[in-house]
Design a protein around this ligand. Structure first.
Ligand code: ZN
Length: 148
């Protein structure tokens, strides 16, 4: 178990240091800003959705390692998924983050690296900020969200 924990920490470290899809998306047709006042995390997500499929997704922002790594892992996992699949995945990730043990972490792939967050309830908002912001972006073209 400690090996797994080290591996997870490494994944979070790498994604924080070199976040994937960390840029503005020029052809975005959905966009939203998110803010987690508890920690000071700020994020903007950009999506290019064609029909029901998330063709491309990116983000920019500043915040703690958890918020950045979570958003980076999220963009990797959501690219190519349908909007319904994305909402379903958010539901599973959220359950994992609040410590629901019925979630099959293996099925979540690299997102399982965030499972340790369930030990730190105050960080759950950091880890879900990107996801909440994507949810808002998919509902509206532009909207401010806050975890408060
Ligand atoms: Zn944070």
């Amino acid at each position: 178990m400690s090996d797994l924990r080290e591996l997870y920490q490494e994944v979070i470290f790498d994604h924080n240091k070199k976040p994937h899809n960390f840029r503005k998306l020029e052809n975005a047709n959905h966009q939203a800003d998110g803010h987690n006042p508890l920690c000071g995390d700020q994020i903007t997500v950009y999506l290019n959705v064609e029909g029901e499929v998330i063709k491309d997704i990116s983000f920019q922002g500043s915040g703690c390692a958890i918020s950045k790594a979570s958003a980076s892992l999220m963009t990797d996992s959501l690219k190519g998924k349908t909007v319904a699949e994305a909402e379903n995945l958010f539901d599973k990730v959220h359950k994992m983050l609040i410590g629901d043990t019925t979630i099959d972490q293996q099925a979540l792939g690299k997102l399982a690296a965030l499972s340790g967050v369930s030990q730190f309830p105050v960080r759950v908002k950091c880890a879900t900020l990107g996801w909440h912001t994507v949810h808002a972006a998919l509902k509206a073209k532009e909207e401010k969200v806050s975890t408060e």
